[in-house]
Write a protein that binds this ligand. Structure first.
Ligand code: PSU
Ligand code: MN
Length: 338
């Protein structure tokens, strides 16, 4: 029996190796410029939960070195929930699903001038061998490609203020219609038109689910936006069941889970809100609001300056919180999908 056990173990190890290499090879066969971190690949092969994390928040959303500390601490929070973190980004023209520490550092320090990469930028940036921080839209694409079901971040893009005229609507929204991934965020920032963002998500058929005790759709720095989310869940099991139900029904869209910022940081929200209003006015008066992809990074930076870093502190707290909830949802999903 010992022999048989040994043979069967050897067989298992062998077929498992084949499985891993074939997964990897199917992407490599086409010469796809993508590298899956071995730890992430192994987790996916074994149905262990993985949480995707974006990198535009690192390259364009926060100043260095705070961005680096945030990236590291968010990864360790994901680990504390029993999940493997997969921070996604582009290094020297290759998509990385799970970034090595030195690559995280390279993106955060901006040593190779990383670009902000949305869906439209992916092919061209790879051909030009750029570094890139992936936004929610491109992170959704790569998470879906790798078979990752949950993605945690701070703020999703949306319809900008005045978007009914400028047509500045983030590609993040549309991406949620074609990637079967649960995106866990703290809502959308009040630099955006939150009402129109929710209207547009309804048009696209993207489920919006507030997470926790309140039905309100959260507004990033504050727990309530004054707009209601159409759905609410109070625990990770129900959130995971929504994603699982989509899968059972062959639906290929994602879902937005909106987790309010922890209560203790809400005190700062009124001050930050004033800064947001001022920053938006400045962007309109100076013409920055017409700069396309540079608008969001500019506003984030300006609000940080105007609040002397208080907005940054809140931002970090809420990302850590979405990583925690995201990890819990991913774990429950892995249980369902067993
Ligand atoms: N909102 C934030 N922080 C961020 C972003 C948005 O509070 O870092 C980033 C995210 O990567 C998001 C992107 O996907 O900005 C949206 O950019 P745009 O509005 O240009 O679509
Ligand atoms: Mn835009």
């Amino acid at each position: 029996t010992t022999l048989r056990a040994t043979v069967s173990l050897a067989h298992e190890v062998h077929s498992y190796r084949n499985f891993l290499t074939s997964r990897f090879h199917s992407l490599r066969e086409t010469g796809a410029p993508i590298d899956i971190h071995p730890e992430v690949d192994e987790a996916l092969a074994h149905n262990k939960p993985v949480v995707a994390l974006e990198s535009t928040i690192i390259t364009h959303g926060m100043p260095y070195p705070t961005s680096m500390d945030m990236a590291r601490s968010v990864e360790s929070i994901v680990r504390s929930t029993g999940c493997i973190p997969a921070t996604i980004g582009i290094i020297d023209g290759r998509v990385k699903i799970g970034l090595e520490p030195r690559h995280l550092e390279r993106l955060a320090s901006r040593s190779a001038n990383p670009l902000k990469i949305s869906r439209r930028d992916i092919g061209a940036a790879i051909v030009a061998r750029n570094d890139g921080g992936t936004t929610c839209s491109s992170t959704l694409i790569f998470a879906a490609l790798a078979g990752i079901k949950v993605f945690a971040t701070g703020g999703l893009g949306g319809v900008h203020r005045g978007g009914e005229n400028t047509m500045d609507v983030s590609a993040d929204l549309h991406e949620l219609t074609r990637c079967p991934v649960g995106l866990v965020s703290a809502g959308v920032k009040s630099i955006l038109d939150i009402g129109r963002t929710l209207e547009y998500l309804e048009t696209l058929g993207v489920p919006v689910v507030s997470y926790g005790e309140v039905r309100d759709f959260p507004a990033f720095y504050s727990r309530k936006s004054g707009h209601q989310a159409p759905w609410n869940v109070t625990n990770p099991v129900d959130a995971a069941r929504i994603l699982y139900t989509h899968r059972q029904l062959g639906m290929t869209n994602g879902a937005l889970f909106a987790v309010p910022i922890p209560e203790k940081y809400e005190a700062a929200s009124a001050v930050i809100q004033e800064a947001v209003e001022l920053a938006v006015r400045e962007s309109e008066e100076s013409g920055v609001s017409k700069l396309g992809k540079d608008v969001t990074p500019w506003l984030l930076k300006r609000v940080g300056e105007l609040t002397q870093g208080r907005s940054l502190e809140s931002n970090i707290a809420l990302v850590r919180n979405t990583a925690l909830i995201g990890g819990q949802i991913a774990r429950e999903y892995a249980n369902l999908a067993e």
